[in-house]
Design a protein around this ligand. Structure first.
Ligand code: MOS
Length: 775
């Protein structure tokens, strides 16, 4: 490289953030150069061109293919299992089942409920009973059919509303009640007496199934006693921990690599049984094994957003003051303890100011696949109830729905221990600025049910939310390596689950050091070579990892200043960065190019280690959001067309406006799925089996269902208390209010309140017909 090209590594003409002395906290960024801009993803080319190697793309020499035989019944005992024919099938190199001593492993869903990897009592359709590995996937699938299993088929319960009935078959010996959780503050009865209006309604959200684009699975390879897994995961360290625990191995002997991954949404926060099974097959066959589930298996076994039956009673005064909320909910995580009611009551407890609140959540077992976290666990369900109720209360007291919410904005968490104040709350701005940008008042007047005599009715609706967490937390470690020419390597353990994590982290390092983002190469998500990180989830990846990257960058700057001080014969405190130079603020002509600092040249590389510091004490860090939408309802067909959406978010500082807006668009798309099309169909009466285990019958929203007019409006309140970058989580709040906003718009258009998801044409047309009969 020519001498004059070296400066291209650094951004010119801008001030670099002040470097704090060792041990001091950095000040919030003032004017930012790269942070907050619309920056395309650092790995955009790889992703779009197909050059990126996802775990499911991995091909190793001698690699063979694994497949899992799954129980076809919702409740059955494996009476006999004969693999003798399967092992003779063409291409078969290994078969494992519960009768192998090495496969007799525990797989625990909780402390109380212990099960086996190959559980002889299958409690849901899709429990693994055996697995094979063969030269080709087709040979593996053929061999599965040659496994002879005799089941004793038992009666089942497939609906949470039936689980506690007297004659319901028990999923576990202790019956179908997993737990009931209660919460209470104030005096709910008195709250209802104080109210001018009390409303009560039942709501239900259907079970949504995880079906990310990249299927679940891994490639497993043994090298002596060392196991390497290429796994499609949100957290390589979480997978490493579980695999080491189940197989009884030291952590150092299990390496998990997951550089790219094609979507998880909560379903890939942990290892699957398939991970362990792949490792067992690879060991037995002495060959690397690729085991990715089929789409059908994905629907059966990788988890879901649990269905929830909810009842909400609410009291409000004429002036919009909420006086009481009484919430009752049943949910099911399927056959095992897996969070059937997790966080379902959180919005009821915490979103709006209300002195008297009571919640009761009952989690029951049914014979169905276990739930998993699903983008904002519990929250979209509660929002479906609470936000429709707010809409109804507003109407009952003749108040605008936005106004009613503005009347009840809390500035501290009412439900968290000690009532900690929020670091920032932009809920008011989300509502006010969102309504203004959407043209809420005009649209509300213009559309209304009375709008025109035709059969096409327009309506607008809105909803708001907060997300339970969103400030991130320790631990996290990040290492930055500055090479002698000024280019850099960023090393972190976190997965980029498609949200743009890598890009945001490159921007943070670039911002702090004044380096061009494209000069930063990223190594991540590999337990063998990268630093510790918790799984990417909970909308915590940016607020956890970004301050850690900033800390590492500051460490590099501190070391450079020390070294430059020697070269320049100047005190460290008098030195500052600009244009790829370190210069003396006392005597600006006294300067040295970073690339020329002798300490850097001598060492070759400078390493900066960043650790995630603690969160502020006694504070609650939460993102807030509101969404507004306009719909058109065909009252002859029941068809709902979503015309436009606007999402406002207070997620603190906007790190990359492009990836930020992508989250908003993606979250609304997913919310449209919950509202309009997605639900698991179990054959409740005859077989208990899942009837829509494919992309044809399980309807994900497509481009036809999502409006092209989706506006993202960030409310940028830099949260200086939350962490050193001022950013809060975004990925989950963006999907919480979507479904009730649509339901409220449909109500506005038609006067019909749909209390159970999805808002299907069939359901709507029936309700419209009933209302005409009544009317
Ligand atoms: Mo999320 S549901 O924490 O991946």
């Amino acid at each position: 490289m020519k001498e004059n090209e070296k400066d291209l590594y650094y951004l010119q003409g801008l001030s670099i953030p002040e470097t704090p002395a060792p041990g001091q906290e950095p000040k919030p960024w003032q004017k930012t150069e790269t942070i907050g801009k619309r920056v395309p993803r650092v790995d955009a080319y790889e992703r779009v061109s197909g050059a990126a190697v996802y775990p499911s793309d991995i091909v190793l020499p001698e690699m063979i293919y694994g497949a899992i035989l799954r129980c076809p019944h919702p409740n059955a005992l494996v009476k006999k299992l004969d693999i003798s024919a399967a092992i003779e099938m063409p291409g078969v190199l290994a078969v494992v089942s519960g009768s192998d001593p090495e496969a007799r492993l525990e797989w625990n869903y909780s402390k109380e409920i212990k099960t086996a990897l190959f559980e002889p009592h299958c409690r849901f359709e899709g429990e693994p009973v055996a697995a094979v590995a063969a030269e080709t996937p087709y040979q593996a699938w053929d061999a599965l059919r040659a496994v002879n299993v005799q089941y004793e088929v038992l009666p089942f319960v497939a609906d949470e509303r039936d689980a506690l009935k007297k004659n319901a078959p028990s999923v576990h010996a202790g019956g179908n009640l997993l737990k009931t959780e209660k919460y209470e503050r104030g005096n709910v009865e008195k709250g209802f007496i104080d109210a001018d209006v009390v409303l009560e309604e039942n709501y239900r959200t259907q079970c949504e199934l995880h079906t990310p684009l990249e299927l679940h699975g891994c490639v497993a390879q043994w090298n002596g006693d060392r196991l390497t897994l290429w796994e499609s995961t949100q957290g390589v360290y979480a997978v490493q921990e579980k695999v080491a625990e189940v197989l009884g191995m030291p952590l150092s002997k299990v390496r998990v690599i997951g550089r790219y991954m094609g979507g998880g949404f909560g379903s890939k926060l942990q290892a699957g049984k398939y991970t362990i099974i792949a490792a067992l097959l690879a060991k037995k066959a002495a060959r690397p094994v690729k085991l990715f589930l089929t789409r059908e298996e994905t629907y059966l076994a990788v988890g879901n957003r649990p269905p929830n039956d909810m009842r909400l009673k609410a009291g409000v005064k004429k002036d919009g003051t909420l006086t009481a909320l009484d919430f009752c909910c049943t949910g099911t995580g399927g056959a095992y303890p897996s969070g059937g009611t997790s966080l379902v009551d959180w919005l009821i407890r915490d979103l709006y100011k209300c002195p008297n609140v009571r919640t009761e959540c009952t989690d029951v077992y049914i014979h169905a696949g276990p739930a998993r976290p699903f983008r904002a666990p519990g929250h979209p369900q509660a929002a479906w109830a609470l936000e429709q109720m707010m809409d109804a209360l507003a109407k009952a007291i003749h108040m605008d729905p936005v106004e009613l919410r503005l009347k009840n904005i809390p500035d501290f968490s009412q439900a968290k221990e000690g009532n900690p104040p929020y670091t920032t709350t932009g809920l008011r701005q989300c509502l006010e600025e969102g309504a203004r940008a959407f043209g809420w008042e005009e649209a509300r007047k213009k559309s209304a049910p009375s709008s025109g005599a035709g059969h096409i009715k327009r309506g607008v609706g809105m909803a708001s939310c907060l997300w339970f967490v969103g400030g991130g937390w320790p631990p996290s470690t990040v290492i930055l390596k500055l090479f002698s020419d000024g280019s850099m390597n960023l090393n972190m353990g976190a997965s980029d689950i498609g949200t743009g994590t890598k890009t945001v982290m490159a921007l943070v390092a670039a911002e702090e050091l004044g380096i061009r983002p494209e000069m930063i190469e990223i190594e991540h998500a590999d337990t063998g070579t990268t630093q510790y990180a918790t799984p990417s989830g909970g909308s915590k990846t940016v607020p956890t990892e970004a301050p850690t990257v900033r800390a590492a960058a500051i460490s590099i700057k501190q070391q450079l200043l020390e070294m430059a001080a020697k070269d320049l014969q100047e005190e460290v405190v008098a030195l500052s960065f600009k244009d790829g130079n370190v210069y003396s603020t006392k005597e600006p002509s006294k300067k040295i190019r970073i690339a020329d600092i002798s300490g850097l040249k001598k060492r070759g590389v400078i390493v900066g280690v960043g650790y995630r510091g603690p969160n502020p004490e006694n504070k609650s860090i939460n993102p807030f959001a509101a969404q507004f939408c306009e719909v058109e309802v065909n009252t002859k067909t029941g068809e709902v067309k979503i015309l436009r959406f606007l999402g406002t978010n207070d997620s603190g500082r906007v790190m990359d406006r492009l990836t930020y807006d992508s989250q908003v668009i993606g979250g609304i798309t997913m919310g449209i799925g919950l509202a309009m099309t997605e639900y698991r169909v179990l054959d409740r009466n005859q077989t208990g089996k899942m009837l829509n285990r494919n992309w044809h019958d399980y309807k994900l929203p497509t481009a036809m269902d999502v409006p092209d007019d989706i506006v993202s409006l960030p409310i940028e309140l830099v949260d200086t208390q939350a962490n050193t970058t001022g950013a809060k989580g975004l990925g989950e709040p963006v999907t919480i209010p979507t479904a009730p906003a649509i339901a409220n718009a449909v109500y506005h258009a038609t006067g019909i309140r749909i209390t159970e998801t999805p808002i299907s044409p069939g359901k709507l047309i029936r309700l419209l017909a009933e209302s005409r009969k009544e009317g």
